[in-house]
Write a protein that binds this ligand. Structure first.
Ligand SMILES: O=C1O[C@H](COP(=O)(O)O)[C@@H](O)[C@H](O)[C@H]1O
Length: 268
């Protein structure tokens, strides 16, 4: 893919500082002095404790959103669902920025009722669109249609109308190296990695629920990409993903190889 860059050679001393808003990524060090041959250009922000990691990430995200509002009058934050973000969202929601000028979208959602415990929309409404962030404008991904295929045209329109490039693309990652709902197992992956459409319908075979997801082109149409992961097993997946190999085998590679600044926020 022309939008992805190949892996780069090993580098330099450990630096766990988040890149400044708008800055080009520094070459960053591999945690624990591991072999960095073939790794992509990303910044590692490593903290020993998850609560410290979330606090520092919330500050990084909000500084970027605030900067975007000052520069262009509006900011765009795309967020993941899943479990890892659950302690981050309340920290964002309690940060005093001009949330009325922030647009929030999802990177993916499961085709479940919006009141389902598995709904990423529900997570955003309950944990992020609260307190100081209550005035942020949220565009859900799920529609009332029976399937993501039936709703995809509407959401392509709605998501195309958001103020791209995205200021902060907050990604998670599964242990199969999926990000957003770009699953290595899904039949739709090839198209999701190559289409110019903003969103795609996806039917993973190794995870529950049909889903809608940002396409890879949308994920990398960002000013700043964050991959938030916790736990040694996910770190091992990232280590593999940072080596050379097909994006289709490990879709997170598409984000790690983007030309936008990319940071991995990690805690054990
Ligand atoms: O299914 C999903 O999983 C990933 C990872 O979630 P986590 O529970 O391991 O934190 C998430 O990024 C994605 O948005 C979600 O739909």
């Amino acid at each position: 893919m022309t939008s992805c860059r190949p892996g780069r050679a090993k580098q330099a001393p450990r630096n766990t500082t988040a890149p400044a808003p708008g800055a080009r990524p520094q070459r960053l060090p591999w945690p624990n002095e591991m072999d960095t041959a073939g790794m992509s250009e990303v910044n590692w922000v490593v903290r020993d404790q998850r609560d410290t990691l979330m606090r520092d990430l919330a500050a990084d995200i909000c500084a970027r959103l605030h900067g975007a509002i000052q520069q262009r009058g509006i900011a765009f934050l795309a967020v993941s669902g899943g479990s890892t973000v659950k302690t981050l969202f309340p920290l964002l929601a309690n940060t005093p920025i001009d949330w009325a000028h922030v647009r929030i979208g999802l990177v993916d959602d499961r085709w479940v009722d919006e009141f389902s415990a598995d709904s990423n929309e529900r997570l955003v409404r309950e944990l992020l669109l609260q307190n100081k962030a209550v005035d942020a404008q949220f565009v859900p991904m799920k529609t009332p249609h029976a399937s993501p295929e039936a709703g995809v045209a509407q959401r392509n329109q709605d998501y195309a109308a958001l103020p791209w490039p995205c200021d902060v693309m907050l990604l998670g990652m599964g242990e199969d190296a999926h990000t957003a709902s770009l699953f290595p197992c899904s039949e739709e992956l090839g198209r999701a990695l190559t289409t110019d459409d903003v969103v795609v319908a996806v039917n993973p075979t190794t995870a529950p629920y049909a889903r809608m997801s940002l396409s890879l082109a949308s994920v990398i149409n960002s000013r700043y990409i964050v991959v938030l992961t916790c736990g040694a097993s996910k770190r091992a997946v990232l280590e593999a993903a940072l080596k050379d190999g097909p994006v289709a085998d490990m879709p997170i590679r598409g984000a790690l190889r983007a030309t936008a600044p990319c940071a991995i926020y990690y805690a054990p």
